[in-house]
Design a binder for this molecule. Structure first.
Ligand SMILES: *[C@@H]1O[C@H](CO)[C@@H](O)[C@H](O)[C@H]1NC(C)=O
Ligand SMILES: *[C@@H]1O[C@H](CO)[C@@H](O)[C@H](O)[C@H]1NC(C)=O
Length: 396
């Protein structure tokens, strides 16, 4: 206890304000300045173009069929595409998270509670509270989904509510590799500056030094977090001309067009992908399954993924794969030498015992009943939740 307090004081005292980044002091693979320059100074025409694909929230029997369909797609090297799943606790079927992991996808953290109160909850979290949301979700994924802790490296904040030094401090403390919650409007290929120019999209960078990225949601970090990566969420431009950080926030004019026309969904994706085409800066499809409730939208996405097949240099990847490449950038011709771009083999089943656990009120959430399916033959006595990961404590 006393030791912990001392440590906390020490880490506050040791926090250093991040200074401007000098390329001479910040070298790959461990350090990268925030920049629009191609990593490693490689010629743009020689590098692969990455389409980063992620889904947020619980993995459930409702959304798994679409994920299983998408994972049948392949990249130009013949390997399956890899997606990142930012998983939150509630409603997650951990046996299905396990399946996605064993099929080669990246499992990352999206908090335990995903509480909807941004102003009163997320904006007020201190570092130890962020740490609890982050570390405990990683523990749930490990305990109930049998995902190795060391494979869980990434984080996305609920509502992209970037929590400044408290949040990045917690990620650093928990030994995470990256955050992918930070949207950018200024650093996009399409947002016009007052002088008519475009800044272009940022590549992933580390927080050793001050970031040049604009902060549109949440709080910007001021301290230095050596070796902690930011994979920026470059805003899309929707069909009305406005920005959207997540695909499912994009709107259209006429309103509703993105529900009735798969062409409109395809056009939205294609236009934004094309805006990154000349610089080959990463293009992100960051979304929730719930946006695809309508078959029309699924068709639009399918058309876009079909369209990408025409480009031998375009790879649909997880954030993990993107960062592996950025750390040690190689031309497209040498991509096959990277372990991240070898075809992954489906891992052996480490979830043979499955149990669907049922819990009734009182619960730490508003439901009167909830199910939680886990890789184990025994159910925890109470619903596992924040500060009760093993479900040992009853609720009242
Ligand atoms: C963070 O907030 C919680 C709840 O208010 C409090 O118990 C804890 O001491 C705080 N931790 C730090 C490091 O300030
Ligand atoms: C779903 O898509 C169809 C076209 O396939 C459209 O006619 C319908 O309005 C959409 N449904 C909803 C609920 O938006």
């Amino acid at each position: 206890m006393h030791f912990a307090v001392l440590l906390a004081l020490f880490s506050v005292a040791a926090a250093e304000v991040a200074g401007p980044c000098d390329e001479a002091d910040c070298a790959l693979p461990t350090c990268a300045c925030s920049s629009t320059a191609t990593p490693g100074g490689l010629a743009v025409a020689s590098i692969p173009h990455f389409v980063v694909f992620s889904f947020d929230d619980g993995v459930t029997v409702t959304n798994i069929p679409f994920y299983r369909e998408l994972q049948k797609r392949t990249n130009p090297n013949g390997c399956g595409i890899e997606m990142t799943f930012f998983v939150s606790h509630e409603n997650s079927d951990y046996t299905l998270v396990n399946e996605l992991y064993r099929n080669g996808h990246e499992i990352a953290v999206h908090s335990v509670t995903h509480k909807s109160d941004v102003g009163e909850y997320w904006r007020k979290l201190n570092q130890s509270q962020w740490l609890a949301e982050i570390e405990q979700q990683r523990e749930m994924l490990n305990t109930y989904g049998k995902i190795p802790v060391e494979k869980i490296k990434g984080f996305r904040a609920p509502f992209l509510e970037v929590g400044g030094d408290s949040m990045f401090g917690a990620l650093k403390e928990a030994g995470f590799d990256y955050d992918c919650s930070w949207p950018s409007l200024q650093y996009t290929p399409w947002f016009r500056q007052p002088d008519g120019s475009y800044k272009g999209a940022l590549w992933p960078y580390t927080l050793d030094y001050a970031s040049i990225q604009d902060q549109t949601v949440g709080v910007k970090p001021t301290e230095s977090f050596p070796g902690l990566w930011v994979s920026p969420m470059t805003d899309l431009q929707d069909n009305r001309g406005f920005e959207c950080s997540m695909l499912d926030a994009c709107q259209s004019s006429p309103e509703g067009e993105l529900e009735t026309s798969s062409e409109a969904v395809f056009d939205l994706l294609k236009r934004n992908f094309r805006s990154h085409y000349n610089t080959r800066t990463p293009f992100g499809i960051y979304t929730h399954h719930s946006w695809f409730y309508n078959e029309t939208r699924k068709d639009g996405l399918r058309q876009f993924l079909d369209y990408l097949k025409a480009f031998p240099h375009v790879y649909v990847v997880s954030v993990r794969q993107l960062l592996d490449w950025v750390r040690s950038p190689v031309p497209l011709s040498q991509l096959g030498t990277m372990s991240s771009f070898q075809c992954g083999q489906t891992l052996a089943d480490n979830c043979p015992d499955k149990k669907n656990c049922q819990y009734n009120a009182p619960l730490p959430i508003s439901n009167s009943e909830i199910y939680m399916k886990i890789c184990n033959s025994n159910c925890p006595p109470n619903y596992p939740y924040l500060d009760n990961v093993d479900g040992s404590k009853p609720y009242s």
